[in-house]
Design a binder for this molecule. Structure first.
Ligand code: FEO
Length: 401
């Protein structure tokens, strides 16, 4: 992206990456992304965020359209994930006078990311400011948006908040301003996907971030992926959606029972287990879900928003089959700590999958509330045992309410 003046003394100098198709190994990015960075120029100049290490030259070219990179006095890092800092170590060779400005948590991270232990770092916290001479940046705590290091920078004189990932999305168009988008419907799609992937596990922190924004007067949000948001453009809608998506969910007794079943054996036990839970908790929403017939990300979402859950897994080659692993890969480990689960399944020779799934979930601090395995086709007695496991599971939940 060539540089673009946003307001007097404020420039967008970030880089487009329209060809990215996967972010952080796991997140599909159908419409690419951008690594947004900004220059704020008073008597001194601050660069806000940098970019992925592969794009240093493009970032330097864009900066150079506005000023000599050597003039940069500060590099403000609102968040240090390498898509925003990967180029920092190299970039500093062109900005030798620049002091890094970031949170205490970010300072620790950035030394490890750059492998430059002697970096000149100014640690800032809520209430601190950076006077550029004619412009001033104020800093606001915004942790876990989406790393512990994150913060917001506020340019009160121009009504701009720099939020890094918060309110951003992996979406790429040539002009990167919300009112200049050609395909806003695609932006809307990615905005939701980005929120779900990055921020849904941190709802409490999203609510805090929104509260921080309520304290500020602004008409522009310079996020670090996707278009800059403006009042009257997409800004109000974006904030409203974050408010809606991060609202506390009504306490619902959702209990999904996930299973994979090649010959119907584990499926039969899943049905008996679900019957047992429902018998004890008639008002609970007990859902039987065949993993291979459902969208895996939707199922992970159900698991993450559930009160408790169960997994039925056969053992194939001494391991859980891939659909079970895909489900487990989608668990929000932060918010699922302490969540009760049961695991069961049919096996032919050894049945390792049941133990492996149980151990994995316990390693995430989920709470095992029962386990059952049986060979091949469940007998009447084994189906009764699966129902009894469900009843005990329901009773334990009832007692913990
Ligand atoms: Fe865009 Fe959390 O990095």
């Amino acid at each position: 992206m060539a540089s673009r003046k946003l307001k007097d003394g404020v420039y967008s100098v970030g880089v487009l990456n329209p060809s990215m198709r996967v972010f952080d190994v796991v997140m599909k990015t159908e419409y690419g992304t951008s690594y947004n960075a900004f220059l704020v120029r008073g008597e001194k100049t601050a660069l806000i965020e940098t970019c992925h290490r592969a794009y240093r030259e493009a970032l330097l070219e864009n900066i150079s359209e506005v000023c000599d990179p050597g003039e940069i006095s500060y590099i403000v890092l609102n968040h240090t994930e390498p898509d925003h800092t990967g180029t920092l170590a190299e970039l500093l060779k062109s900005c030798p006078k620049a002091q890094i400005v970031c949170s205490r948590a970010a300072a620790g991270f950035i030394k490890e990311i750059t492998n430059l232990p002697e970096l000149d770092i100014r640690i800032v916290k809520e209430g601190d400011s950076l006077d550029l001479g004619g412009k001033r940046l104020d800093f606001y705590d915004a942790p876990f948006l989406h790393w512990p290091d994150s913060m917001f920078s506020y340019l009160e004189s121009d009504g701009i908040v720099f939020t890094c990932d918060f309110l951003g999305t992996h979406y790429c168009e040539p002009l990167m301003l919300d009112y200049r988008m050609v395909k806003p419907e695609l932006y809307d799609q990615t905005f939701k996907e980005y929120y779900d992937a990055i921020f849904a596990p941190f709802k409490q922190h999203v609510r805090h971030g929104l509260k921080q924004l309520e304290r500020l007067s602004f008409d522009m949000v310079c996020c670090s992926h996707g278009p800059v948001l403006t009042a009257g453009g997409r800004l109000e809608k974006a904030v409203g959606l974050y408010r809606e998506w991060s609202a506390k969910e009504a306490e619902e007794m959702l209990i999904p029972v996930f299973y994979v079943s090649a010959y119907g054996c584990t499926k039969a036990a899943a049905g008996s287990f679900a019957k047992g839970v429902q018998k004890i908790l008639p008002k609970a929403r007990v859902m039987l879900l065949d993993i291979i017939e459902q969208d895996i990300s939707k199922q992970a979402k159900l698991l993450n928003s559930s009160r408790a859950f169960a997994v039925g897994t056969p053992t194939i080659n001494r391991f859980p089959p891939p659909p079970i692993l895909n489900l487990l890969a989608g668990i929000d480990a932060i918010n699922c700590a302490g969540k009760p689960f049961a695991v069961f399944g049919s096996y032919g020779w050894s049945g390792e999958a049941i133990k492996l799934v149980g151990s994995f979930l316990e390693s995430l601090k989920c709470k095992k509330q029962g386990e059952l395995k049986f060979r091949f086709v469940p007998s009447e007695g084994e189906l009764d045992a699966a129902q009894k496991l469900g009843e005990e599971f329901g009773l334990a939940l009832q007692q913990s309410v």
